[in-house]
Design a protein around this ligand. Sequence first.
Ligand code: HEM
Ligand code: HEM
Length: 318
Amino acid sequence: MNRGLNRFAILVACATFFLIIAGALVTSNDAGLATPDWPLSNGQFFPRMVGNLFWEHGHRMVATTVGMLTIVLTIYILTKEKRQWVRRLGIFALIAVVAQGLLGGLTVKLMLPLAVSTAHATLAQLFFCTTVSLAVFTSRSWIEAPSLPPEEKATEKGSLPLRYLCTAALVTIFLQLIIGATLRHSAPWDQHLPTQLVLAHVGGALAVVVALGSAALTVLRRHRQEKFLTRPARLALVLLVVQLFLGLAAYMTRLASPNDPQPLNPMIGITVAHVACGALVFATTIMLTLRTYKVLGVLVVQDLHDYQEYQVNHVSHV
Ligand code: HEM
Ligand code: HEM
């Protein structure tokens, strides 16, 4: 395990989380077109950060910093990391951040079309989760993951494997993030949100509650003693509850916002918090899912199968 590499991966993941907040502030302040040009802002490399330019140009600056940090992280991984798949994920992170920057530029040039802004919001979540995964894979807790006792591994056989439950929760959350992004970008603050999309998003929230709820509760029931699994499961449940309340509050402030003279702070704060907490729910579920594959994955289950066969043969010989 390379401690420096792990620390740097954590730094990039935290910086990306900050960038998601900075991006959401652009949308909630309706500052996306504060400057219509790109890559320059108002024809300048560094304009005066006044009015909405503070949010739009500020977001570009934070994005540039994260882009540079990602380049350094990829080089760091390529020089220090031996596992081929981690090296590949490092290269993927670099490609994703470049694509994300280009999408950001494109959405400005095309004047914020729904499809491009939604794609930009979705790729942001995917990129964040890539950086979180890199932080997980380079961590000590991953490399020295505990070995579960055979009876706990045996719970994977004969019932729905936990790793499939977690994967289902992950896919449901991802779809919910896409519906949320479509909802958010389909009406600015001075227009009402489309009812059908709101209903789809509420339906998505119910699906997430069922999928993530059953995955996390199964972890707590089957692997009560394994902090490696119970910690992300508990955290995901807490974040989910917070996210549901933030969603409700976001809906209420957005219901009132078309009557406001400009985007007001309560609406801005709550919608930004809802985007940020959505990213945290997704990231925590990714961590939980990766960990279930690590300690209950195909190879581990195969080990268990061999172990049981060995026991049967051994006992029958005796
Ligand atoms: C690593 C790079 C980047 C990341 C992770 C990122 C992330 C984000 C996020 C999370 C949002 C908020 C989406 C939402 O609230 O629904 C956003 C909005 C936005 N970003 Fe970025 N961004 C990046 C780079 C850029 C760049 C280089 C530009 C260049 C102009 C840009 C322009 C915008 C604009 C204009 C919005 C507001 C879109 C709207 O209101 O429809 N982004 N970004
Ligand atoms: C599992 C629970 C939920 C998740 C993971 C989630 C996630 C998200 C995300 C990520 C966005 C913004 C996407 C983006 O632009 O990047 C969003 C938008 C939104 N969500 Fe949720 N959401 C959840 C539940 C709810 C609930 C229960 C409501 C209540 C009605 C709700 C109401 C909203 C509203 C109103 C917006 C648009 C905010 C705006 O226009 O600025 N969400 N959601």
